[in-house]
Every structure is written in structure tokens, then in C-alpha cells.
Design a protein around this ligand. Structure first.
Ligand code: ATP
Ligand code: MG
Length: 395
């Protein structure tokens, strides 16, 4: 690996090189913000590198280095401040992580992040690990476009890099639609995936330490709407137990195969014939793991802190059935002002998380609502009541 492995532990509240033990994060979005919250609760100082003055994580961190991700001075400042550095955003340029990794422990490492940044490389890794992927073809040249087999249609053309929340994806039914879609995507490298008959979607989050120890969260069942995660449900029996075991084993082998350090999420499709196909991975905590803040004894962000600092990892335990509703900008646009949080918070077991974003737009992730309760039925009733107040379609 390129980065120096962590030598010893970074104990919370200790002094490192004459300054309070400080953990750094590349990227200042909501995932960085929740990492900062978890790190600070344990007594660490934090530093965030993000160009945006109003970034959700920058607003709550001890230090906010406000430069571009590849800015040499910014990276030098981050290294000077931090005992170890993580990332919250998979499109952080891998070269920035290589630079940081030459001087500081960086988890996940640049090599793992580089694979996750490229759908073609990512799929090759899944295949190496023996985990089935959707039938697909890499399209980088006009010849490859012509050579596409008819049985990949209808399909989804996805940019190989920089996609998120369904952006950079076009659904195509015919060869002419495929050609038009590749034109629209400006001929950047893409992967065409066969459209699969989905019964459901799920994801698994693991945390793996510098010493190779690995723990996992329970399987999350996810509902996407228009390419964006809408609802995550986590409770015993949310997916058939055999499939859950298969998804957890696949995620562990994917993490192991990367010698991954940090928190990794792998997303899966459950097909109508009951088989499991891997979709993609995120080299960081994941939106489908936000429920863990309120429903588990250790959240995905707690474990991100522990892996980075070399602290012991313990298997997280789900202590309540849970449903998470994503709160998209659409809700703010519909209410024209603050949504009626007072009505939502009057419901039992509702936990509101807003990311401090001042401007709402359609599809923008502004926050999430976690619902916990004594039984799955009660959690579902509350979640549906909250959804109805907020104008979120029932599920
Ligand atoms: P994110 O990174 O936010 O999870 P993304 O932009 O990388 O999203 P994908 O995960 O590739 O997008 O796809 C988004 C959603 O589109 C999936 O969760 C699934 O609902 C649907 N989808 C993607 N690929 C396929 C496929 N091959 N067959 C059927 N549905 C698909
Ligand atoms: Mg996805």
C-alpha cells in the first residue's frame, strides 16, 4: 500500500506532535459533517478540506481548510494539522489521497478509492472476488459501441466516473437510443449495464481496521426513487436470511480483496428470481447507513473514527428496528419555508438530522429522519405518518 500504515493508536484527547489529536477529512458534505460529530464527541479535534465556505462539515469542524482538493498548500495544511486523514466523498481526486498518503495514514487508501471511482475497475474487482455483476460492456470507443450485444438492451448507460444519485445515467431501449445517449454524455468512458428485473435493493456496510479486523452492520433494505435513495429499512427479516448472509459474505470478500481500511458500503440488487447481484461500492460511510446513528450502539461514523485512529473495532448491534427517510430539497420547495418539523417531532421515536444546507433544490439531500421504536409495525406506522406530513410518497 502507498500510505504509511498507522503506527500505534491515535488516542482521543491525546497530544500528537505537540497538538491535540486531530482527525482530518477530505470533503465537507453531510458525510464529513457526521464524521466530525462522531470524532468530536470522542474528544478529537477535526479538520475538513473543502473549497466551499458553507460546506456542512466545514461549518462544524475545528479547522476548515478552504481550498481545492488538489491545492498543494491546502493539502500541506491538512497534513500539518492531522494525525490521520479519511475521505467522505468518493470523487476526491485519488492523486490528492496519494499525496497525503505519502506523509500520513490515510484510510481508505488512494488505491481502493481509485478503484471505486471507476465503474469498470470496480466491476472487475467484484468479478475477481467471485461476486456476480450485471451483464455489461465498457464503452470507450465507437467500435465498442458498435460491438455491443443486443442482449444488453434495454439497459442503462452509466458514466464510468463521477456519477452519483443517478446523475450521469441514461436508460436506453434501442441501439439508436444508446448511440444518442453516448453522444449526450459527450463520449466519456461509460459502462452499459443490462436493465435487470429488480425485486428489491439492499446494501451492507463493513468497517475494517489497519490490522485486518472486520465488523459489519446488518443488511439495509433500500428503496430508490428516480435513482436517489428514498427509504432505508433495517430490522431482522427485512430480506430473506440466506440472502442477507450472502450479501454480508460478499461485502467482506470485496473489502478483504482491497485490503481495505475504513468504512465501506456495497450496494446490491435482489433480482426477481431471488438471486443477488452487486451494483457498486462506496469507499466511505453511506446514506443507507444513517439509521445507525440512532438505531445501533455504534454508528457507521463512530466506526469510521475507530478505524482511522486504530481503535478497537466491535461488532455494532442494532438495538431498535429502524426506518430512515431521506429529506430531499423537494420538501422545502413544496412548503416554501421550513417544513413542519414540530408535527414530525411530535411522533414517537423520530430523530431529525439536517445538514445545515441553506439552499434547497430538487433532489438535493438536505437531511434525513430516522425512526426507531419497539416493533417493526410501530416504526412503520410512525414513518408513514411522518412521510404523509412531509408529502413523501408512501412506501
Ligand atoms: P449512488 O452513487 O447515489 O448510489 P449512482 O448514481 O451511482 O447512485 P446507481 O447505484 O448505479 O447510481 O443506480 C441508481 C439506481 O438505479 C439503483 O439503485 C437502481 O435502483 C437503478 N439501477 C441501476 N442500475 C440498474 C440495473 N442494471 N438494472 C436495474 N436498475 C438499475
Ligand atoms: Mg448507487
Amino acid at each position: 500500500m502507498s500510505h504509511p500504515p498507522l503506527s500505534g493508536r491515535i488516542l482521543p484527547g491525546s497530544m500528537v506532535g505537540g497538538q491535540p489529536a486531530t482527525l482530518g477529512v477530505m470533503g465537507g458534505g453531510q458525510l464529513g459533517r457526521m464524521f466530525v460529530h462522531a470524532a468530536q464527541r470522542m474528544g478529537y479535534f477535526t479538520a475538513v478540506l473543502d473549497p466551499d465556505a458553507a460546506s456542512p462539515a466545514g461549518l462544524v469542524s475545528h479547522h476548515h481548510i478552504q481550498t481545492a482538493y488538489l491545492d498543494e498548500q491546502g493539502l500541506a495544511q491538512l497534513m500539518q494539522r492531522c494525525a490521520a486523514i479519511t475521505t467522505e466523498f468518493e470523487n476526491v481526486p485519488a492523486p490528492a489521497l496519494f499525496t497525503l498518503g505519502a506523509h500520513r495514514p490515510v484510510a481508505p487508501g488512494a488505491d481502493a478509492v481509485a478503484i471505486a471511482q471507476d465503474r469498470a475497475q470496480e466491476k472487475a474487482h467484484f468479478t475477481r472476488c467471485g461476486v456476480p455483476v450485471a451483464p455489461n460492456a465498457v464503452i470507450e470507443t465507437p467500435e465498442q459501441l458498435t460491438a455491443v450485444q443486443d442482449d444488453l438492451l434495454p439497459g442503462i448507460l452509466k458514466t464510468a466516473r463521477m456519477g452519483y444519485d443517478g446523475k450521469g445515467q441514461v436508460r436506453v431501449k434501442t441501439r439508436s437510443e444508446l448511440a444518442a445517449a453516448w453522444d449526450a454524455l459527450k463520449h466519456v468512458p461509460c459502462v452499459l449495464e443490462k436493465m435487470l428485473p429488480l425485486a428489491a435493493e439492499c446494501s451492507v456496510i463493513v468497517a475494517r481496521g489497519w490490522d485486518g479486523q472486520m465488523v459489519n452492520f446488518p443488511v439495509q433494505r433500500n428503496l430508490h426513487r428516480e435513482g436517489i435513495l428514498a427509504v432505508t429499512e433495517v430490522f431482522e427479516g427485512n430480506v430473506p436470511p440466506a440472502l442477507a448472509a450472502q450479501a454480508i459474505a460478499a461485502t467482506k470478500s470485496i473489502a478483504e480483496g482491497l485490503r481495505y481500511v475504513g468504512v465501506l458500503c456495497v450496494e446490491f440488487f435482489i433480482l426477481q428470481d431471488g438471486s443477488l447481484v452487486v451494483n457498486e461500492m462506496a469507499p466511505r460511510p453511506h446514506n443507507s447507513g444513517h439509521y445507525s446513528i440512532d438505531a445501533c450502539d455504534h454508528s457507521q461514523f463512530d466506526l469510521q473514527v475507530r478505524t482511522l485512529a486504530g481503535l478497537p473495532l466491535v461488532q455494532p448491534r442494532l438495538h431498535s428496528p429502524s426506518i430512515m427517510l431521506n429529506l430531499l430539497g423537494d420538501i422545502w420547495l413544496a412548503f416554501q419555508d421550513a417544513p413542519p418539523w414540530d408535527q414530525v417531532l411530535a411522533l414517537p421515536g423520530t430523530h431529525l438530522h439536517l445538514y445545515g444546507k441553506l439552499k434547497a433544490s430538487q433532489g438535493r439531500k438536505m437531511g434525513h429522519l430516522n425512526i426507531t421504536g419497539p416493533t417493526v409495525d410501530e416504526v412503520r406506522v410512525t414513518a408513514l405518518a411522518a412521510a404523509s406530513i412531509l408529502g413523501i410518497e408512501p412506501f
